[in-house]
Design a protein around this ligand. Structure first.
Ligand SMILES: NC(=O)c1ccc[n+]([C@@H]2O[C@H](COP(=O)([O-])OP(=O)(O)OC[C@H]3O[C@@H](n4cnc5c(N)ncnc54)[C@H](O)[C@@H]3O)[C@@H](O)[C@H]2O)c1
Length: 366
């Protein structure tokens, strides 16, 4: 049984991580919860009444009634480095929400710290440990769609300012350290690089399309905020073996009917629609080419079920399950800090390319 601590008991904690951890209570027990806002700690206690409640970080890291094996850092993005660093320093393995940090130097320092302490360091997003993507990685190289050579990804909307039921602070998402890439594009970049390997070059167009936003949550309704980070990116990426990809990622898209993720190969295509993407064990549409004389097999196999679904369905929940598995059974960690650092380099390069117009070489690997 693993002892778990939770840092940051806000929107994603209460909607995904806490229910996800509760569902795995036979393997992991939440023993301490921490947030600087007391009402958020109360929300956590509703899930885990026996957990020790903290509103002070020093007191939380000193918690020694039941030593924590793993802490989840579920604070807003700009705080990740500082919170993770202190937890590692205190000797706790960490599961960090994305991004790992805001700069490559900070990310490298965290990786070095975790290594020097011999601690596990898991980095969201958990795309590559979902049932679908574990299968897809084998499927696209099985010959089923010939040689896979291009991925087209799209993820976005209008962002948290227009997400009426969002219970966190939407303003942080339009500041320079967040934006649509750090918030959402990161999922697709983990998937792209998880399937095609490390990106070699990045170029991007886009910028700030809507310079101000009206907040629609009841708590903030009508407040107008300034958009300080690009809210639209179209990013071209190159990979080894003549593979490439495009990611369209934005907080400036009122609506879309496009698929979220498509892979093209010489003999077929894979398509994951908006209704399928968020289900880790969800169905996938597969197109098969048939060059035989009759061509009978040519066409779409829509909603193909996943051959080997895993125990949990959500993307975030798949990450929790993976971390527990690694720490309990010694399975290899797929949610590595090296992968998160590589994706951070891509995201920073996309920002640089927007400003300079240059194609940027990527030096890190997975
Ligand atoms: N909300 C989602 O649907 C969602 C989905 C996937 C990933 N995420 C990621 O999860 C993280 C948290 O997002 P959220 O939407 O839950 O935000 P949120 O604002 O709702 O929650 C963050 C919580 O952290 C607390 N907090 C702030 N400063 C703190 C500090 N110094 N120490 C401890 N706690 C502190 C806040 O009080 C709040 O309760 C972000 O990295 C986000 O990108 C969110």
């Amino acid at each position: 049984m693993l002892n778990i601590g939770i840092i940051g008991c806000g929107d994603v904690a209460t909607h995904s991580y806490m229910p996800g951890l509760k569902a795995l209570a036979d393997r992991a027990r939440v023993v301490a919860v921490f947030d600087i806002v007391p009402s958020r700690v109360d929300d956590a206690l509703a899930f885990f009444p026996d957990a020790a409640p903290y509103t002070d970080y020093d007191a939380f890291v000193a918690h020694d009634a039941e030593k924590m094996d793993l802490v989840f850092n579920l604070t807003p993005a700009p705080l990740h480095r500082e919170i993770t660093s202190k937890a590692l320093e205190a000797g706790y393995s960490v599961y960090s929400e994305k991004p790992i940090a805001s700069t490559l130097g900070d990310a490298e320092a965290l990786v070095a710290l975790a290594e020097s302490k011999g601690l596990h360091f898991f980095c969201a997003p958990a795309m590559m440990v979902t049932g679908r993507f574990m299968w897809l990685k084998e499927f696209i190289y099985s010959g089923a769609i010939g040689n896979p050579y291009f991925i087209k990804g799209q993820i976005g909307g209008m962002g948290p300012a227009s997400w009426r039921t969002y219970s966190g602070d939407p303003r942080v998402f339009y500041t320079p350290k967040v934006g649509p890439l750090i918030d959402l594009g990161v999922y697709q970049l983990h998937a792209l690089t998880g399937l095609f390997g490390p990106a070699r070059t990045v170029s991007a167009v886009g910028g700030i399309m809507n310079p101000t936003r009206k907040l629609l949550q009841p708590k903030f309704f009508g407040e107008e905020i300034e958009v300080q980070a690009p809210d639209l990116y179209s990013i071209n990426l190159t990979f080894d073996n003549n593979r490439s990809a495009n990611l369209f990622n934005t907080f400036a898209m009122p609506a879309t009917k496009s698929a979220m993720f498509e892979i093209y190969g010489s003999m077929g295509a894979v398509s994951i629609g908006q209704h399928q993407w968020y289900e880790g064990n969800g169905t996938t549409d597969i197109y098969v080419r048939d060059e035989s004389e009759g061509g009978e097999a040519e066409g779409w196999n829509n909603d193909s079920p996943l051959p080997n679904p895993i125990e949990v369905d959500g993307i975030l929940e798949s990450g929790i399950l993976h971390a527990i598995d690694v720490m309990t059974n010694g399975t290899d960690n797929v949610l590595t800090a090296a992968h998160a650092e590589h994706v951070l380099e891509i995201m920073l390069a996309a920002g640089e390319s927007l400003t300079t117009g240059d194609s940027i070489a990527i030096t890190s690997s997975l």
